[in-house]
Design a protein around this ligand. Structure first.
Ligand SMILES: Nc1nc2c(c(=O)[nH]1)N[C@H]1C(S)=C(S)[C@@H](COP(=O)(O)OP(=O)(O)OC[C@H]3O[C@@H](n4cnc5c(=O)[nH]c(N)nc54)[C@H](O)[C@@H]3O)O[C@H]1N2
Ligand SMILES: Nc1nc2c(c(=O)[nH]1)N[C@H]1C(S)=C(S)[C@@H](COP(=O)(O)OP(=O)(O)OC[C@H]3O[C@@H](n4cnc5c(=O)[nH]c(N)nc54)[C@H](O)[C@@H]3O)O[C@H]1N2
Ligand SMILES: [Mo]
Length: 587
């Protein structure tokens, strides 16, 4: 079983020789769901692809909603555009259960109960329709199922939405009016929002908003979750799935189950060999106690390609030193902007380090898998990646990149993907009604799907574990990357838990109290920070700590579950009820 994800997110060291190698070998396939698939499917079913408004249009906007995104930590390159919009008079609003450092900088923070965003979007639509703020011309020409959406939104008056989201009804109605009256409203959603049971539907529902109004028509308007769908590299040539015999596919967020109890879910023979690269599953995967139990299996042969001795590398039979971005060639795409970037090596590989691509080339040769596709070098792979039918990559060649370093995709400026419809869906319209979802047995019309774990949906569980834990990135870390850097770790101090004063009082927790954060899946230790920067009922554990750096050898993923989102089989990291108990300290 190959296991890979983020690494540096480079195309060549992430998704080329490795795929070819494992296909030739007939290894299990990995469904790479750990980050974005719920939202990706939600978007595809609605807009047709992972594309949306251009962040460079944001300065034209007069209302910016930073909705479920911690821009200043996770997407700081957007901030200059946010500021430019504000300097020209735009209002900036953060919608988040946490008053993040981003929310602190906004004109307003709207605290929302986790996992309830689809209800808020439907409440906004309710008011838009009721107060005739919709764009009937756009609806008629470029959308499918407007009357069904109207009927669905009618079921979500602000009073009902207030009860679901915890946002006052009057604020919901006013937000809808601000949105409906804005000249160009930019909604920046991000992946934090979709790490909930109903995450796919939440993204789908929010992404309907600009098609109800007029916001796709102008620069600065629309929704952006991702721009990745515009980078149409020749992935079939890079991956060569045609080389693989029929094999099973294992969902990466169920690694614990796959390693311990394949009969329970994934089926097929037990996993006997695991090759990890560009990832640190012993720290980042949900229900990590199960992952570690699997990695500890004596007869599991584990190979880890790494820069550092991570929590995962500690379980390896063999660690192969991999080059960093400074030492190898790569091409970078994006999920937030429209530029292709060439990564040149600036130094020769240090010591015995080799690029991932080279490691797989060498292993293939040694194993006698001497297929011609295993001989392409990295520059040849870059050429193949860019040899695409897509207009959007026209002019983007290796030669041009060698000269310029980075290039904007061949998309117009201003880039208004849906100003005249042209949605890449089966109907060519923004699909409020999705036949594809109906065929999957899912509600074809945008709806609110409650979190798996909440007082409304699982009252018994919520009575034992009343607090919703969000374990989104600490400002200092990139998932677990950089967790090894002493200065950054010092700046992050230690595993902490931000808790609202009322919730702290009820548990005799003071600022600085050591607490145990726990549920039926596991627990981890943290130091309490009592603050009203989280809404009551929500707690925040900045993540993702290496477990070898924590006092109890655990982290927030000891409490997260292997359940899958409504769409896309994604993880539900933030759909996670816990209880917090103070730990008596010896003097
Ligand atoms: N510094 C740093 N930058 C990063 C990363 C990192 O680890 N560190 N990770 C990178 C990666 S891989 C990714 S995918 C992106 C992720 O980037 P973002 O999508 O911005 O990710 P998160 O920080 O996970 O979540 C954003 C916000 O969503 C909020 N949130 C959680 N649940 C809900 C909800 O139900 N509703 C609403 N409205 N808000 C909610 C969280 O409180 C958080 O403030 O960032 C990338 N950038
Ligand atoms: N609780 C909780 N869990 C989460 C998240 C969260 O917010 N909260 N975020 C989730 C998200 S959005 C994501 S994307 C995943 C990310 O999870 P991972 O994909 O595991 O990402 P990282 O933790 O950054 O680990 C990447 C590893 O790849 C190594 N690496 C970097 N470049 C290379 C290379 O060129 N070659 C090799 N061989 N190795 C390399 C780095 O040293 C690092 O150890 O985590 C998920 N897990
Ligand atoms: Mo991610």
């Amino acid at each position: 079983l190959p296991y890979s994800y983020s690494g540096t997110l480079g195309l060549i060291q992430g998704d080329t020789m490795d795929h070819r190698f494992f296909h030739l070998l007939g290894a299990s396939m990995l469904d790479r769901t750990i980050c974005s698939t719920a939202g990706g499917v939600g978007l595809r079913m609605t807009l047709g692809a992972s594309i949306g408004a251009d962040p460079e249009g944001m300065p034209e906007s007069d209302l910016v909603l930073l909705w479920g995104t911690n821009t200043l930590t996770s997407n700081p390159h957007l901030w200059p555009f946010v500021r430019a919009a504000r300097e020209r008079g735009a209002r900036i609003i953060a919608i988040d259960p946490l008053r993040t450092r981003t929310a602190e900088q906004c004109d307003e923070w709207i605290p929302i109960k986790p996992g309830t965003d689809a209800a808020l979007a439907l409440g906004i639509m309710h008011v838009l329709f009721a107060e005739h703020l919709e764009d009937t011309d756009y609806l008629e020409r470029y959308t499918l199922g407007a009357s069904e959406l109207r009927a669905r939104a009618a079921e979500y008056p602000p009073a009902r939405v207030a009860a679901i989201t915890g946002i006052p009804a009057e604020r919901i109605a006013e937000l809808a009016r601000e949105y409906g009256r804005a000249k160009a409203a930019f909604v920046r959603i991000n992946y934090g929002l979709q790490r909930h049971g109903g995450g796919g539907m939440a993204v789908r529902t929010i992404s309907c908003l600009p098609a109800v109004t007029r916001h796709w028509r102008r620069a600065g308007g629309g929704v952006q979750l991702s721009s990745s769908g515009n980078f149409q590299f020749n992935r079939a040539t890079l991956y060569r799935p045609d080389l693989s015999p029929p094999v099973r596919t294992i969902n990466m967020i169920r690694l614990g189950e796959a390693l311990n109890a394949p009969d329970a879910g994934v089926g097929g023979p037990p996993v006997r060999a695991l090759v990890v690269y560009n990832s640190n599953p012993a720290a980042v995967a949900p229900e990590r106690t199960e992952v570690v139990r699997g990695l500890a299996r004596e007869e599991l042969f584990t190979v880890v390609l790494e820069h550092f001795l991570t929590d995962t590398a500690d379980w390896a039979d063999i660690v192969l030193p991999a080059t960093t971005q400074l030492e190898h060639w790569d091409v970078h795409y994006s999920y937030g902007h429209h530029y292709v970037t060439l990564n040149r090596p600036s130094i020769a590989p240090v010591g015995e380090c080799k690029p991932n691509s080279e490691i797989f080339r060498l292993i293939a040769a040694r194993m006698g898998l001497d297929h011609p596709v295993m001989r392409d070098d990295d520059l040849e792979l870059i050429r193949q990646a860019l040899d695409s039918e897509s207009e959007k990559l026209s002019g983007v060649t290796l030669e041009a990149l060698l000269e310029k370093g980075y290039m904007r995709l061949n998309v117009p400026r201003p880039y208004l993907p849906f100003a005249q419809g042209c949605f890449p869906t089966p109907s060519g319209k923004c699909e409020f009604h999705s036949q594809r979802l109906a065929d999957m047995g899912v509600d074809p019309v945008p709806t609110y799907t409650p979190p798996y774990e909440s007082a409304d949906s699982s009252p018994e569980l919520a009575s034992r574990f009343p607090l919703a834990l969000i374990s989104s990135p600490a400002h200092q870390f990139l998932n677990t990357s950089f967790g090894i850097v002493d200065s950054l770790r010092k700046s992050a101090r230690e595993p902490e838990l931000t808790i609202h004063p009322e919730d702290a009082l009820a548990r005799s927790v003071l600022n600085g109290t050591r607490v145990e954060v726990h549920n039926d899946r596991g627990s981890f230790s943290a130091v309490a920070r009592v603050s009203d920067s989280v809404r009551e009922g929500t707690v925040w554990a900045p993540s993702i700590w290496w477990t070898k750096h924590t006092s109890d050898g655990r982290n927030a993923n000891d409490t997260t579950s292997q359940r899958e989102t409504d769409l896309g089989h994604g993880p539900v990291f933030y759909d996670n009820l816990v209880e917090v108990t103070p730990v008596p300290q010896r003097d």
